[in-house]
Design a protein around this ligand. Structure first.
Ligand code: NFE
Ligand code: MG
Length: 518
């Protein structure tokens, strides 16, 4: 007998994601991932000064505005012909702003967005100790307000009471750590969210010894938290829930556009990046990525049919009544193939490229669990890769900030009156992020963003291939359909963000539909 599980809203941030699973004999036979809200910004840019892209595109999302600002800046560097002219200070400042944002986003994801799938927050209900953070959580629970901690289920919490209480304490501490990471972003980004200093040609922020010290101090505190709480907590979860190394494998094709520039090669596909660009499959062999092979299609999306098109030629025309469609998310493909993006992809690509630090960290985790690299394609593989990346990024930030040269330029000038096109290839915390812009006589004529959650949460394409999250769900055994822990753990391990995935709005801001969420 088939039954239907609907989880809506699914994520604890940006809740307008729905998952529907058809379950037969306890196993998911079919899965649909849907973006349920129509919003966005691509069309807003048409007709505007291209420089606005580095400001306006950040409004796609308050969690990863830095990535959209920088990716727009990469595309604008190309439009204005200054990709090869980014100074060392400009390049390093971009890396510092981006890296600090990675750290805040990953800490937010593990504690606030995912941990309560594994940690039972109600263990604090009868807390009698003197810790003010835990006392506050207990009061929350006593009032019957589980608000920030839902949606939650019952029946598969495996930590001891002591472990649960310690992890809830870290949950509260993580909020403070996130503030410190936001401050680190703002030191060179101007403010957070929505950084002001990111521009075509570099970064407008200056660097001086005070700022360097203020940044370094914050990174040191974050490293203490990552080593003392985040990594041990991920390992503890992995030990108790080790069956999740075998759950949620997905499409087994991982793609990274690369992030953290080590030079300013004008060609973004040749630029040296600390976490490199490329594609790996289940064999973990590195393949080159060619951005010409990227397309988006809208077979199952509420947009006017275009067939697969390259983002330079993409359109954003809503069609809410389209037959067979079930999502506002498009379906990006690489050479027609489904690709997973995110920290697992970045770490796997760097591993395949032979990065010694990445290899050491990944091999240590795999060794601890006596697992082979195949275990990376899983719920826990995604959590472990994100935690490893957080540690390595924070350590790099410490080195890079000391490479700044106060007093040296961080920006390059350019001529505004151009007719050109530009591509920004980059990585947001949640994965590969691309912006494509066309400019005629100094005005934007088309703008398309292809965003990490679009890759991961996109729907079925014309060939019938489900998206990565859908593929991860299909074949999963659900032990208790009223408490579908397996499904929410699978989806949340991808850290989906729907405000990023769906980013279109009518030029007049018209209301295109009403949705009941809840
Ligand atoms: Ni709204 Fe984003 C990130 C981007 S996700 S968080 O990371 O780009 O699709
Ligand atoms: Mg888009």
């Amino acid at each position: 007998m088939a039954s239907q599980i609907v989880i809506d809203p699914l994520t604890r941030v940006e809740g307008h994601m729905k998952v529907e699973a058809t379950v037969e004999n306890g196993v998911v036979k079919e899965a649909k991932s849907s973006g349920m809200m129509y919003r966005g910004l691509e069309n807003v840019l048409i007709g505007r000064d291209p420089r606005d892209a580095a400001r306006i595109m950040q409004r796609i999302c308050g969690v990863c505005p830095t990535s959209h600002g920088l990716t727009a800046a990469f595309a604008l560097d190309e439009v204005y012909g200054v990709s090869g002219a980014i100074t060392d200070n400009g390049r390093i400042l971009r890396n510092l702003i981006q890296g600090a944002n990675f750290v805040q986003s990953h800490i937010l994801h593990f504690y606030q967005l995912a941990a309560l799938d594994y940690v039972d927050v109600t263990a604090v209900a009868d807390y009698r100790g003197s810790d003010p953070d835990l006392a506050r959580v207990r009061e929350f629970i006593a009032r019957g307000h589980l608000g920030p901690f839902v949606p939650r289920y019952e029946g598969d919490y495996r930590l001891s009471k002591k472990e649960n209480v310690a992890a809830v304490k870290h949950y509260v501490q993580a909020l403070n750590m996130r503030r410190i990471a936001h401050e680190a972003v703002a030191i060179f980004g101007g403010k957070m969210p929505h950084n002001m200093s990111i521009v075509a040609g570099g970064v407008t922020a200056s660097s001086d010894i005070d700022k360097i010290a203020a940044f370094l101090w914050r990174i040191e505190r974050l490293i203490d938290f990552i080593n003392g709480c985040y990594l041990p907590d991920v390992l503890m979860v992995a030990e108790r829930y080790s069956d999740y190394f075998d759950i949620g494998a997905g499409c087994r094709q991982l793609m990274s556009f690369g992030v953290f520039d080590l030079d300013s090669d004008p060609d973004l596909t040749r630029r040296r990046r600390w976490l490199p660009q490329g594609i790996v499959g289940a064999d973990l062999k590195l393949r080159r990525m060619d951005p010409e092979k990227i397309t988006e299609e809208v077979t199952s999306s509420w947009f006017r049919e275009t067939g697969p098109v390259h983002p330079y030629d993409g359109t954003t025309v809503p069609e809410r009544d389209k037959a067979g469609a079930y999502s506002w998310i498009k379906s990006p493909r690489y050479a027609g193939e489904v690709m997973e993006v995110g920290p697992l992809a970045r770490i796997a690509v760097a591993y395949a490229a032979g990065d010694p630090e990445v290899k050491r960290q990944v091999d240590a985790v795999l060794g601890h669990f006596k697992a082979t690299p195949a275990a990376l394609f899983s719920v826990l593989g995604r959590h472990a890769a994100r935690a490893i990346e957080t540690k390595l990024v924070a350590e790099k930030l410490k080195q890079w900030v000391l490479q700044l040269q106060p007093g040296q330029p961080s920006c390059t000038d350019f001529n505004l009156d151009v007719t050109a096109r530009g591509m920004g290839l980059h990585e947001a915390p949640r994965g590969a992020l691309g912006h494509w812009i066309r400019v005629e006589d100094g005005k934007v004529t088309n703008y398309q963003a292809v965003v990490p959650t679009t890759w991961n949460a996109g729907p079925v394409d014309a060939k019938g291939q489900p998206g990565p999250i859908e593929q991860s769900l299909i074949g999963t055994r659900v032990r208790d359909e009223r408490n579908p822990f397996e499904l929410v753990r699978i989806v949340r391990a991808y850290d989906p963000c729907l405000s990023c995935a769906v980013h279109v709005v009518t030029p007049k801001g018209e209301d295109l539909g009403r949705f009941l969420v809840g």
